[in-house]
Ligand binder design. Sequence first.
Ligand code: PLP
Length: 415
Amino acid sequence: MKQQFAATVSLTPALSRLRERETESRDASVGSVDPVYFDHNATTPVAEAVWERMLPFHRRQYGNPSSRHGFGRQARQAVEEAREQVAFAVGAHPSQVIFTSGGTEANNLAVKGVAGWMRPGTVAVSAIEHPCVIGPARDLRRQGWKLREIAVDGECRLDLDDLDRALAESPALVSVMQANNETGAVQDVAEVVRRARQKGALVHTDGVQALGKMPLDFAALGVDLMTVSAHKIYGPKGAGALIVDKRVELAPLLSGGGQERGLRSGTENVPAIVGFGAACGMISDRLARVLQDGSCLRDRLEAGLKEAGAMVFAAGATRLPNTSFFALPGVEGETLVMALDRAGFAVASGAACSSASSEVSPVLAAMGVDPALAKGAVRVSLGWGNNEAQVDAFLGALRREVERMRSLAVVQTVA
Ligand SMILES: Cc1ncc(COP(=O)(O)O)c(C=O)c1O
């Protein structure tokens, strides 16, 4: 479904002056009211229990896990416990967990690591992958690899016919994310595996956004590689993992001391890894509530958004329960995000976790969304701490800000 909407009204220069004033007054007001955080797909706060578990490893238990003395052995034990917690949370064996500095590194290791063992061929990735999958896949072209991007439909669902066409080109690796960071659209990764197996291709899935928000099981999906990250699940920034089936040969990105089975040299970030494990330990208890309460809250939000005239992207797809990506025709997303920030609501205009660029989202472009409408894209991603009162207050603020922006745009057009 291609969306057709009237062109976004040009709001400059009146609104660029407004933006400047908003930035100034927001900076001045920081600390005066508690803003509401609606940007959990970008990052989450560290949960209290996770923080408590990490603290000793910054202070008293500071050993290097490779050291043989008691300090080192304590650190090693903590890393191995965390490995078990991560493995349990994603349906893998602990020996399959390779700790990295986060999702970006794990995705780079998956793509470049697989290619590092092979003669150049084809790598196929979905057109809506995070830049840390598409980027390394593009880099491979300098080494003679061919990149095939697999199309999605207007609801952000993988085009399975195009997947088959890509598989006919015998790719060495296929990478399709489990859930999209912008729209929240969930892909049928098990089906991708089923089709790719028949052609002998390895399959990687980026599970960064899926973990903690939907069931995610490495063994059940049958993928060869899967990426996860701690800071999207109430763990710390700077820890993630690549889950690797032991039949997969990977070339490491880093050479050095040979930590993590030689696949990720460098002294382990023990506090962050411990925090990652602790955050994974909370997932199964929370998941039922995230699925139930999260989608109720999201539905409440989207009912209000639709009343306000918003278009919700990928509304027809199976989506993460916490994510709503929408646009109001004629309203520029970046400007609305700043106005909402001033009103006390932290939301994102597109893929804030991936770049500071104000270009139209490549995900929406791949979905065939009209660029004028795509410029209006705003993402709300809910989290554990959010509630109905916050959603209602947000909808009120949104209506007020949109009215104000539209009246300014009219003044601007008339002037
Ligand atoms: C789908 C997806 N993959 C990968 C990443 C990168 O993960 P990290 O921030 O841990 O490097 C992100 C978020 O930034 C993401 O949303």
